[in-house]
Design a protein around this ligand. Structure first.
Ligand SMILES: Nc1ncnc2c1ncn2[C@@H]1O[C@H](COP(=O)(O)OP(=O)(O)OP(=O)(O)O)[C@@H](O)[C@H]1O
Length: 270
């Protein structure tokens, strides 16, 4: 059984290939319950593939993953009940109102009928969308859509919230608002948050611990301060990334697939 000492996520030696392409190449990760953990790296680093394995959407053929002590392969359904997931590809229906979008997820995730309306309004309030809940999602700004998706993922009261590039394509104000909501919800519920991003500045500011991923491998792990201190005074996470990979973050790319996916997400949010 899980206790507070049981990590929210423990990955041991996980690998995943798409044909010849090794996307995740022997990753060990441990995420303490109740923390905000950032999985950082450029397009194509293997972040989404790692997350899809943790969320049970991809099989774990090599290595093991446990979520709150439950093996993701043997206890797939139990693991899914613990997780709220906001993927990169958007999932809100623009014809439905914000409230209807969240209510749909409440039904999908078996939130008890009696508690449903209250729970839907409670998560809409938590992401700051209660006043706009009756409007069609098609009228929402990019930042509001992101917060709506956050509400959808939160409606089942997950213990582990997983966000894949939650602020991609948003302007700085909307990015800050999304992060403030994530922080507020985490503080109130004590849930664990696993977030992927290639924005090092956001990770520095909002994540308690980070893992830097590059070409399928974790190159460094720790608190942002620990990693920066290891490099020297005035260092940033960008510097740490360059030092551990010998690479420029902005020059590294996952090829056209990654670029296209990023642009598509950014365009749909914009
Ligand atoms: N379905 C797929 N088929 C073939 N190759 C894939 C597939 N999904 C990912 N890859 C490849 O695996 C590698 C890791 O991709 P992944 O999406 O996990 O990276 P990422 O760090 O999440 O980057 P991004 O932010 O671009 O999604 C990349 O080289 C990518 O091209």
């Amino acid at each position: 059984m899980s206790s507070d000492a049981t990590p929210a996520v423990r990955c041991t030696g996980i690998r995943h290939s798409f044909g010849e392409k090794v996307a995740v190449d022997g990753v060990d990760l441990e995420i303490a319950a109740g923390t905000v953990f950032g999985l950082l790296g450029p397009n194509g680093a293997g972040k989404t593939t790692t997350i899809r394995m943790i969320t049970t959407l991809l099989p774990v053929k090599t290595g093991t993953i446990e979520v709150h002590g439950l093996d993701v392969t043997r206890r797939k359904m139990a693991v899914r009940r613990l997780i709220g997931y906001v993927p990169q590809q958007l999932s809100a229906d623009s014809a439905l109102s914000g409230r209807q979008n969240v209510a749909l997820f409440a039904r999908l995730f078996d939130v008890p009928r009696k508690a449903r309306d209250e729970q839907v309004d409670s998560v809409l309030a938590a992401v700051g969308l209660l006043d706009d809940a009756g409007r069609p999602a098609g009228e929402y700004s990019g930042g509001m859509i992101r917060r709506l998706e956050l509400a959808q993922a939160l409606v089942s009261s997950p213990r582990l919230l997983i966000l894949d590039e939650p602020t991609i394509g948003l302007d700085p104000v909307a990015r800050t608002t999304v992060w403030e909501r994530i922080e507020g919800i985490r503080a109130e519920t004590g849930m664990t948050v696993l977030v992927t991003t290639h924005y090092m500045d956001e990770a520095e500011q909002y994540c308690e611990r980070v893992a830097l991923m590059h070409r399928g491998r974790i190159r460094a792990q720790g608190t942002p301060a620990e990693l920066e201190a290891g490099l020297g005074p005035e260092s940033t996470l960008d510097d740490v990334f360059r030092a551990v990979t010998g690479d420029q973050l902005e020059e590294t790319s996952g090829g056209m697939r990654g670029v296209r996916a990023t642009r598509r997400t950014a365009r749909r949010l914009g």
